[in-house]
Design a protein around this ligand. Structure first.
Ligand code: GAL
Ligand code: ZN
Length: 684
């Protein structure tokens, strides 16, 4: 995308409707003085844009655009559907969504709509059409954001009948549905589509294993797909209206919520956008791991394989009730981290701390009194720095030798039956991701249907739901020379969430040259060690879950040293065509995984570059051919990083060779002859 070629830009989420008119001009001037060039507007302002059905008031927004445009700022216009006005709810109370426990959500917050209610769809069409008609050719508007953080699942009667229709289209006959879901179990056979319920969908408590009510797994997975598709369809309705009207210069996006948001199939949602955006709040993860934002960024970039925008980036203390404050330097660090992972624009949330409403605690760049203080000065400084880095960073994109396969069917199915806490979908992906990243590898998170050929290493850590088609693509990747890593529980369910009549890992048993013949699900803290007496085998431990595998062509790479499966293979490997498959037979900690991947990289001739744990390294390739290395120190104290070769720090201006020292939350952007810089690898 051309913007990225000019280097990363800064922007801000702005709510002029929450401030007096006289203030708008001052704000615009302050924004542009700080070096920002983009503003996001209007995503929650339905009640102001359409104060009553069909009566639109655009004068205020016209004026805002005039002022912002006059200050040289470009605008991302939000469609306001995340906050339906009270007059609409009053007229059509059925719009309010119903929660899993049967309670109807009340007016008074946001996201209070069911995406399947006709009255809401009609109102959406009306307001989006009016906005598009007004601003479709406004050159100040460079992009549209649809709604805001689409999410949630509704359990209303309308959703139930829409779900039944959806099932009818999917299964065509009730016989087929009954067979696919195995409704012979507990007498659940359906003789009419209208009999099919919505699943009981309360969160599954771990690790007890028994629920007062647990739905048929086929029904539960299909409902999750349906709920996700309902939002994709809702977004599509808006995209269609905008595309029919808007000039080609206006691109369409949506702000997704990173990797950890589990309810919507982001591959489907992102597939229909011109580009992907996301919201990045590093301090929302109480564990403080840098990998959370890094994984979010790589997952979002992986959705389309191109640069992304961060439409909301944490700028100050956050929280609705309790506050968590970033330490000095973290705002800058997190901005560079987003840029390192491929963001071509970063918008801070929000311009000014709100005086009213739920988010009084969620701090903006300016304080509630409108005075620019430290955060404002830091952003101005950062904008200057970024300007200087433009020639180096323009068009640069992160390099990825490895891909992790990220699959929503598997994720949804594990929500229904988590199996063992050690197998948690998000945590498992994050452990593999951290292990690879700590070895200095670049990682893309990709869909199971992505083209894999460009990656040296592909990891499928939990493809719990699988089919012939995906496994054939994985086999093809291996035969062409790729290295595929599998971990439990892969190939456990078919697309209907039924167990296949085939040994695990089903559809991959032949490729991996082994069968799972027994497994142990134990307390997630009890560990079983593996390794080899001769010390040539990688050593480590599995916790919570481990499997006994019977080798049918694969060779052991490590064996269990204890427990019921002592002496049998804990890690097995098979050469296939030009490539290999490695099967890790248990849930492993990040440090065990790191050891396994280190061993693998050595044999695959994949260079690793290890830095202290709190330091993140990200390698980029510039379109002009040079390699760049970001070093991001996430620790609250200095860290020294050993480098092999001479470097030039484009941020600090210093040059040197060997060790570089980074202050607390410090950043270096290196070019030079450092061995860790990417060269002949393909940029992602
Ligand atoms: C985001 C949301 C924003 C704001 C922010 C802080 O998730 O999109 O509108 O609410 O969080 O809570
Ligand atoms: Zn509904």
């Amino acid at each position: 995308m051309s913007e990225r070629l000019d280097g990363p830009r800064l922007g801000v989420a702005y709510y002029p409707e929450q401030w007096p008119r006289e203030r708008w001009r001052i704000d615009a001037e302050l924004m542009s003085e700080a070096g920002m060039s983009l503003v996001r507007l209007a995503e929650f302002s339905w009640a102001l844009l359409e104060p009553d059905e069909g009566r639109f008031e655009f004068a205020w927004l016209d004026e805002v655009l005039e002022i912002l445009g006059g200050a040289g700022l470009e605008v991302v216009l939000g469609t306001p559907t995340a906050a339906p006005p009270v007059w609409l709810i009053e007229r059509h109370p059925e719009i309010l969504p119903v929660r899993a426990d049967g309670r109807t959500v009340r007016f008074g917050h946001r996201r209070h709509y069911c995406p399947n209610q006709p009255a809401f769809l009609e109102a959406t069409e009306r307001v989006v059409t009016a906005l598009a008609d007004r601003y479709a050719h406004d050159s100040r508007v460079v992009a549209w954001q649809i709604d805001n953080e689409l999410g949630g699942r509704c359990f209303c009667d309308r959703c139930r009948s829409a779900f039944q229709d959806w099932l009818h289209r999917r299964y065509r006959s009730l016989g087929n549905l009954n067979e696919s879901w195995g409704t012979a179990f507990w007498s659940q056979t359906y003789s009419s589509w209208r009999q099919i319920p919505l699943p009981e969908s309360l969160p599954v408590p771990l690790p007890d294993g028994f629920l007062p009510s647990s739905p048929n797994p086929g029904l539960a997975l299909d409902y999750r797909r349906f709920a996700s598709e309902s939002l994709v369809r809702f977004q599509r309705l808006q995209i269609r209206i905008l595309r029919e009207r808007c000039s080609p210069g206006q691109r369409i996006t949506h702000n997704l919520m990173g990797f950890r948001y589990p309810d919507v199939d982001y591959h489907a949602l992102a597939g229909e956008l011109d580009f992907v955006s996301w919201d990045n709040y590093p301090l929302l993860d109480r564990t403080g791991r840098w990998s959370t934002q890094a994984l979010g960024a790589d997952a979002m970039r992986g959705l389309q394989g191109g640069p992304v925008w961060v439409l909301e980036q944490q700028v100050g203390p956050l929280g609705w009730e309790m506050l968590r404050t970033p330490r000095r330097g973290q705002m800058r660090l997190h901005t560079y981290q987003a840029i390192a992972h491929g963001a071509e624009a970063v918008f801070y949330f929000r311009w000014r701390t709100a005086r009213f409403g739920t988010e009084q605690h969620w701090h903006g760049i300016l304080d509630h009194d409108g005075r620019p203080r430290r955060r404002y000065r830091e952003i101005r400084e950062l904008a200057r720095e970024l300007l200087q880095l433009r020639p180096a960073l323009g068009g640069a994109s992160p390099v990825a030798e490895a891909a992790i396969v990220h699959d929503y069917d598997s994720r949804f199915a594990l929500q229904v039956q988590p199996t063992n806490a050690a197998l948690g979908y998000e945590e498992t992906v994050q452990r593999h991701y951290e292990a690879l990243r700590r070895l200095g590898l670049g990682v893309d998170l990709v869909s199971p249907r992505a083209v894999l050929g460009g990656y040296r290493l592909v990891v499928a850590p939990n493809l719990y739901v699988l089919d012939q088609e995906v496994s054939a693509a994985l086999a093809d990747y291996v035969e062409q020379g790729g290295w595929l890593v599998l971990a439990p529980r892969i190939g456990v369910k078919d697309r209907c969430n039924a167990l296949p009549e085939r040994a695990f890992p089903a559809w991959l048993d032949e490729l991996s040259g082994l069968e799972v013949v027994d497994y142990a699900s134990v307390d997630q803290h009890s560990a079983v060690r593996f390794g080899g007496p001769d010390g040539t085998m990688p050593a480590g431990a599995f916790t919570g879950w481990y499997e006994e595998v019977e080798l049918k062509g694969a060779r052991p790479r490590a064996r269990y040293l204890e427990g019921d499966f002592a002496g049998s293979a804990a890690v097995a490997e098979r050469e296939v065509g030009e490539g290999r498959v490695t099967y890790i037979a248990g849930a492993a900690s990040e440090s065990t995984l790191r050891d396994l991947y280190r061993d693998l990289c050595a044999r695959a001739d994949l260079p690793v570059h290890e830095v202290p744990d709190d330091v993140e390294s990200v390698r980029l390739l510039s379109p002009r051919g040079g390699g760049l290395l970001f070093l991001l120190n996430h620790a609250s104290e200095d860290r020294a990083v050993e480098l092999d070769g001479a470097w030039q720090d484009l941020l600090g201006g210093e040059g040197g060779s060997g060790v570089i020292s980074l202050p607390a939350y410090g950043i270096a952007l290196l070019a030079g002859t450092v061995a860790a810089l990417p060269e002949d690898v393909t940029a992602s």
